[in-house]
Design a protein around this ligand. Structure first.
Ligand code: 16G
Ligand code: MG
Length: 556
């Protein structure tokens, strides 16, 4: 950086002093805090995004959202050139600059990092960052801070995509870097045309699924509801009614996180919806769960969570692959046996994992957090990943897609059934957002598959029966004292705790239990599962007691 460039950066940084006594960390989903604390952080993440763009020679994304958190919070995260999460190698730099006490120390960190990463401001291509925000009132001012951060790197361009869902922004980044148009209308166009294609390829005789035809969606009073209300007009063959479109309080008693954790109907849903097929998005529309309200049970619901969405997707993809592979020997005659894999975390209900394995699928567990699941799923030709909380998607490898495109053409003359299966898989690869989990695109794929199978939400929910489970959180002095291994299924520290947990688990038939430090809250989480609710509750509570014994209570 020359002197002019340095002084530009110092001047802008001086306008965004960090709040005193606050230490922030780029957690599993970026920085999140009360919005009033975030301007300086967002400004600095703007700088990081511009540098990342220079380093990658590609367009980068910066999203301002706090997802399912309360409306007074906000957050910021970066999308890498592929549309996925920021590379983990850059997280320590994000932490360091967010916590630099003054402009000079910030400048020093930046110049050192640029040297280490060999980033030059004199390159031919300017940095470009696509910016998006959700509907939070604090979003506008934070977006301005991000712009100032980006443009404090000489020559960098900040392109405002407006109010968008998190997955829309990730999609746009991916599209731009593949030389495609990156606008909301191109996003909606791709989704609606691949949806139509899948509907047109429905096998003859597909039955009505028996539900009232309308899907009722809870938009969490966030950005997703608003977008879906607009988008639904472009869809044929699907009737959607969107509630909680933004008039009420964001994430208050609404949204996928609330519905999944509390297992009750969101605001605006009640006995009148009993038995109907309902879905819920979270505040930035990257999570999706389905549910149906149980009549006369105090708004309790049958929850159809991310594990069940994963199972539905896996069934469909597997069916199409078997049509495609019928009568083909392994890797003979130009055939290609796609490697299909599913990725879950330890929070996946044990019954779902058993079900998927019984279907003959390869199931892999990773630690919690989208970045881990996504990375794993990308190792397959077709990798499907989901967290139980409803975040997930399907990834297709480039090699497999090229093969599919080529084969699709040759199949035109040989087998109509195979050709259709190939077309369906290609349409799924267009419909599903391959950058990141996307409630809107996921919802469309669920609806297509339900129409193919003729299943009601009840029938879908009966694919397998969830084992009763219980989650607890324990406040401790230092949650980082818990160190886990094997995709968080084993606690290797504190020494001895895992043996004690195992002794508890052994008391319950089909008992399963693990502990992990939360990445978003200052607590240790306990998850337990067993054949009855009482047993799951008892197991969770005795393990929570162990956590307290080994780590000391933080509530004093
Ligand atoms: C974040 C993660 C989510 C994970 C959750 C776990 C992303 C985009 N989001 O919301 O995947 O399930 O954290 O929270 O990665 P916890 O660590 O507090 O349990
Ligand atoms: Mg979210």
């Amino acid at each position: 950086m020359n002197e002019n460039q340095q002084s530009l950066l110092l001047q802008s940084a001086a306008r965004f002093p960090p709040p005193k006594g606050v230490k922030l960390s780029y957690g599993t989903a970026g920085f999140r805090a009360d919005a009033s604390l975030l301007e300086a952080t967002v400004f600095r993440v703007g700088i990081l995004a511009a540098l990342r763009s220079l380093k990658a020679g590609s367009v980068i994304g910066l999203m301002i959202t706090a997802s399912h958190n309360q409306v007074s919070d906000n957050g910021v995260k970066v999308a890498d050139p592929s549309g996925g999460m920021l590379t983990q190698d850059w997280e320590p730099f994000a932490d360091a600059i967010a916590n630099a006490p003054d402009p000079h120390s910030l400048l020093q960190l930046i110049t050192e990092f640029m040297k280490k990463e060999d980033i030059s401001l004199e390159g031919r291509q300017p940095a470009e960052v696509l910016l998006g925000r959700d509907t939070r009132p604090s979003g506008e001012a934070l977006l301005e801070a991000a712009k100032q951060g980006i443009t404090s790197i000489v020559g960098a361009i900040a392109t405002d995509m407006g109010v968008v869902t998190t997955p829309q922004l990730h999609w746009m980044v991916r599209a731009r870097n593949r030389g495609m148009e990156a606008s909301e209308s191109s996003y909606f166009h791709q989704l609606s045309s691949s949806f139509r294609c899948l509907m047109d390829l429905k096998p003859e005789g597909s039955r009505n699924n028996g539900d009232d035809d309308t899907l009722v969606v809870d938009g969490a009073d966030g950005v997703g509801g608003e977008k879906l209300e607009h988008f639904k007009k472009m869809l044929t063959g699907l009737c959607i009614e969107v509630r909680n479109r933004g008039d009420g309080m964001l994430n208050e008693g609404v949204g996928a996180d609330y519905v999944q954790k509390e297992k009750v109907a969101p605001r605006g849903f009640g006995p009148a919806e009993a038995g109907l097929r309902c879905a819920s998005l979270d505040g930035d529309a990257d999570r999706l769960v389905y549910f149906s309200v149980i009549l006369n049970k105090n708004n309790k619901i049958e929850l159809v969570d991310g594990d069940k969405i994963l199972s539905l997707f896996a069934l469909f993809i597997k069916d199409q692959l078997s049509i495609l592979n019928e009568g083909e020997g392994k890797k003979e005659n130009g055939s290609y046996q796609a490697r299909l894999g599913v990725v879950q975390t330890a929070y996946a209900n044990g019954a779902s994992t058993d079900y998927l394995k019984e279907m003959g699928l390869e199931v892999v567990l990773t630690p919690t957090g989208v970045k881990y699941l996504h990375e794993k799923a990308a190792e397959f030709d077709i990798g499907i990943y989901f967290e139980a909380n409803g975040h997930g998607t399907i990834l297709f490898s480039e090699v497999y897609l090229s093969w599919l495109e080529a084969t699709h053409k040759t199949l035109l003359s040989t087998s109509e059934a195979k050709q259709k299966a190939a077309s369906r898989l290609l349409a799924v690869s267009q419909l599903i957002n391959q950058a990141v989990g996307d409630a809107i695109s996921g919802l469309l794929l669920v609806e297509v598959i339900l129409q193919y199978t003729g299943w009601s939400i009840k029938r879908w929910n009966e694919l397998y029966h969830d084992l009763p489970s219980r989650q607890l959180k324990v406040k401790v002095v230092d949650r980082t004292a818990v160190v886990t291994a094997n995709a968080e299924t084993v606690a290797v520290q504190p020494i001895g705790i895992q043996e004690a947990i195992n002794a508890e688990i052994a008391k319950y038939p089909r008992g399963r239990c693990f502990i992990r430090p939360s990445g978003t809250e200052d607590v240790v989480r306990v998850y337990a599962e067993a054949t009855t609710q009482d047993a799951a509750d008892a197991l969770a509570s005795s393990v929570a007691t162990l956590v307290n014994q080994y780590l000391g209570s933080g509530t004093a």
